[in-house]
Design a protein around this ligand. Structure first.
Ligand SMILES: [Zn+2]
Ligand SMILES: [Zn+2]
Length: 179
């Protein structure tokens, strides 16, 4: 599960904790990861004055584009999660909790009216952030030849010689013409 009923935890005192196993699927992380993308992890949730503090880890494998060769590859991603969820409804009285005076109205993570702590949007956002730095398909990715566009992981080309030294290129041209 990726969403949990925290009504009981909210009734407990500050500092009360629960451990949850994260297991489920994410959708619409980005164009390459429309989903379902399986995600696994765990979450420790602590009762704090305004709601709940969720801390944990999640792991998923996403499709990513190598920034050197532009190939699509599978990237393993570990997410370190720490988020505060604010309660919207008093779990005992059922009354809506108003924002305190002077509190900004930044969109925060809210525990639903039905006391559901839903981690999916947080996981999605962390996954988006993790995949922005797309990384390399492999540590020694050779990339694409900037001149002819050859994928140098799979083929070689002769452009490099020409690029290294224009005189050699001229010589190469000369040799070609004398063939
Ligand atoms: Zn690559
Ligand atoms: Zn080339």
């Amino acid at each position: 599960m990726l969403a949990f009923n925290v009504a009981q935890l909210l009734k407990e005192g500050i500092g009360a904790t629960r451990h949850y196993e994260l297991s489920g699927e994410l959708y619409d992380i980005d164009e390459q990861n429309a989903g379902p993308v399986p995600v696994e992890g765990h979450l420790d949730v602590v009762r704090i004055p305004r709601g709940l503090l969720a801390q944990g880890k999640a792991h998923l494998a996403m499709a990513a584009t190598c920034r050197r060769c532009l190939a699509t590859y599978e990237r393993e991603v570990d997410l370190d999660i720490e988020e505060e969820y604010v309660a919207t409804v008093d779990v005992v009285t059922g009354y809506r909790i108003e924002l305190a005076e002077g509190e900004d109205e930044e969109p925060e993570l809210l525990i639903s009216d039905h006391h559901i702590l839903d981690t999916r949007e947080v996981l999605r956002q962390y996954a988006v952030a993790a995949i922005i730095d797309a990384g390399l398909c492999r540590p020694d990715c050779r990339g694409i030849c900037p001149i002819c566009g050859a994928d140098l992981n799979h083929e070689s080309c002769n452009c490099h010689l020409a690029q290294v030294d224009p005189r050699l290129a001229a010589l190469a041209g000369l040799l070609d013409s004398t063939d």
